[in-house]
Write a protein that binds this ligand. Sequence first.
Ligand code: 3QA
Length: 231
Amino acid sequence: MKIAIMGAMSEEVAPILEALGNYNTVEYAGNKYYEATYKGVDVVVAYSKIGKVFSTLTATTMIEHFGCDRLLFSGVAGAINPELKVGDLIIATKLAQHDLDITAFGHPHGYVPEGAVFVDADRSLIETGKKVATSLGKSVKEGVIATGDQFVADEERKNWIAATFNADALEMEGASVAVVCNALGVPFFILRAISDAADMDASFSFDAFLETSAIESAQFVMQMVDEIVGQ
Ligand code: 3QA
């Protein structure tokens, strides 16, 4: 077993590296990858940089180059569902690319031929996540995450994404990581803590809560690792 733990921004993986303590840094394909042994299990940690392209590269590298056989993503997200407040956690059940658009040919948003609008996350890792939530006494929401190469800070765009994908939260990497893991047969789990509400105050909220929300998510993901390692 070799577990990939990834985020998009350095702030999202910093608390994970801190929890691991000792790691070995490897540079590859323009990024840094951090290798460690945690409770006897190999882990590889990295932040991809922001967006679908960089996250695709990092997820692929972690699987194809480093040999990871499961992937956990930890980070922050903008809330769509009004029940989600800053600091709340959401586990992705399925993910879609909200900015993938060949609707001119009659296809639905998020769809390209031989692809699918939604990619399902791994059911058994979601169950592990729920178990961890229960043991921590935390309420963690499960829901749809929409991904696109856009920081959404606009009520109209947010409402469109909500209506089109029935999404509960949005971010910029989950669906691309999902596509990679699905294609390569690697079980994946995407966890996000809310940093903002993707509205006109989003950039301020994001700046204010990136660090604390990233820690919320990372702590939960480390509990997931504990649970997986113990299984
Ligand atoms: C965007 C980060 C990217 O990795 C996606 C945060 C939180 N709120 C969001 C929103 N819309 C889309 N995505 C998100 N992450 C941060 S760009 C600012 C970078 O600052 C999730 C996310 N509303 C760098 C300093 O200049």
